[in-house]
Design a protein around this ligand. Structure first.
Ligand code: LMR
Length: 394
């Protein structure tokens, strides 16, 4: 039977991660997978996570199953973190998921269950795994313009023109902050225009919020999501704790479904539990428990927030340094957008052949579309990258 299987295309991000590991060069630089690294190149366990793990180890007395939607304390804490009071709690259904990808997958499942013929509008470009999962599920996608490769900013006019084709019941996938892979983000005025258009068309927003706290801060990064959730009749929000709590391998995420009445919320909640049961029964609990412990303890929360702020500011500093170096070496402002972008990623707009040359000649690894992970850099490697970009004639 299994001889009928066909080899699937490798995930570009994960394939690059492996190629980097296999490269024997000592001075290689990894700007591939979206994992935060400090100046020493280490992905640290955050201090608050260490403390919470220690406390959990001392206090936890059972590993028996929790509910299908996960620990209710985790749901409450995440809803406060993401939505604050933008939507009444009774209008939000929520279920823990294995990481942000789990939340995205369950969101797509819920959408397909509600409407098997749905069309999901996705930004061009978007996180490649969005497209891969949707293709695997057989869900129709429609690309909307998003990135202006000339300016490095959002092609807002193109986006609005393409969203003009929305029909009632279509879903629009939006990145809540820190757009992956481009790093280019809408301002709040543009967000409002998108919300108005979606409401006008009767389309449903789905927000992927995987990098809250990595752009302009925890509150600012949640603002567009709160605007959407408070103004539309219904929406889905897929969140991840992988990056902002640094608990990648613990697989900690949450899917929220916002509606406007209690009956719809009850149905959404039951559907989320049902979907979890079909796919993996109970979601992982360890990371979720650490997160709710941190968010509910003022000292742990303050420590977590300050470490997250340090990480965010480090990335911003690296952005400014890289934009400055490229300006100095190339004598042009072409790469000025790097300092304007937010989050872990920037799409540099370099041709694939030059991306390959950077890898082959300089041991610098970035995704083929020229997405770099800013956190893969440090003060010493920024000038090396800038020089290499100029050397390959990008
Ligand atoms: C990325 O885009 O690099 C991250 O979201 C990691 C992943 O799973 O692809």
């Amino acid at each position: 039977m299994f001889e009928n299987l066909q080899a699937q295309p490798a995930d570009k991000i994960l394939a690059l991660m492996q190629a980097f590991r296999d490269d024997p060069r000592a001075d290689k630089i990894d700007l591939g997978v979206g994992v935060y690294r400090n100046a020493e190149g280490i992905t640290p366990i955050m201090r608050a996570i260490k403390s919470a793990e220690h406390r959990l180890w001392q206090e936890q007395t059972s590993k028996a199953y929790v509910g299908l939607a996960g620990d209710p304390a985790f749901a409450d804490a995440m809803i406060r973190l993401v939505l604050n009071n933008a939507v009444p709690r009774e209008n939000i259904a929520a279920a823990a998921t294995p990481g942000g990808t789990g939340a995205v997958r369950q969101a797509f499942e819920m959408i397909r269950l509600a409407n098997p013929d749905v069309r999901i509008f996705v930004s061009d470009p978007t996180w490649p795994n969005h497209l891969s999962i949707l293709k695997f599920m057989g869900v129709e996608t429609v690309a909307y313009r998003y990135f202006d490769s000339q300016s490095g900013g959002v092609d807002f006019d193109g986006m609005m023109a393409d969203l003009g084709a929305l029909r009632k019941g279509d879903v629009v996938l939006l990145h809540g902050c820190c757009h992956n892979p481009t790093g280019a983000n809408m301002n709040l005025v543009e967000w409002q225009a998108v919300i108005d258009l979606l409401n006008d068309k009767g389309a449903v927003p789905m927000i992927d919020l995987a990098y809250q706290g990595f752009g302009d801060g925890l509150e600012a990064d949640a603002k567009p999501t709160r605007m959407v959730a408070s103004q539309v009749p219904e929406c889905l929000i897929a969140t991840s704790c992988s990056k902002n709590f640094g608990i990648y391998r613990e697989r900690t995420g949450m899917l929220m479904a916002v509606s406007r009445n209690a009956d719809a919320t009850a149905l959404n909640q039951a559907t989320l539990a049902y979907l979890n049961r079909q796919d993996y029964s109970f979601p992982p609990d360890h990371g979720a428990r650490l997160v709710s412990m941190i968010l509910n303890d003022s000292a742990l929360r303050a420590d977590w927030t300050s470490e997250l702020e340090e990480m965010r500011k480090t990335m911003l500093g690296l952005r400014e340094q890289l934009a400055g170096e490229l300006q100095r070496l190339s004598g042009s402002d072409r790469f000025g957008f790097i300092a304007q972008h937010r989050g872990m990623f920037s799409r540099l707009g370099i041709d694939p052949e030059k991306v390959e040359k950077l890898r082959a000649d300089h041991g610098i690894y970035m995704i083929g579309d020229s997405r770099i992970n800013i956190a893969g850099l440090n003060r010493e490697t920024v000038p090396i990258l800038a020089q290499a970009i100029v050397d390959v004639g990008a």
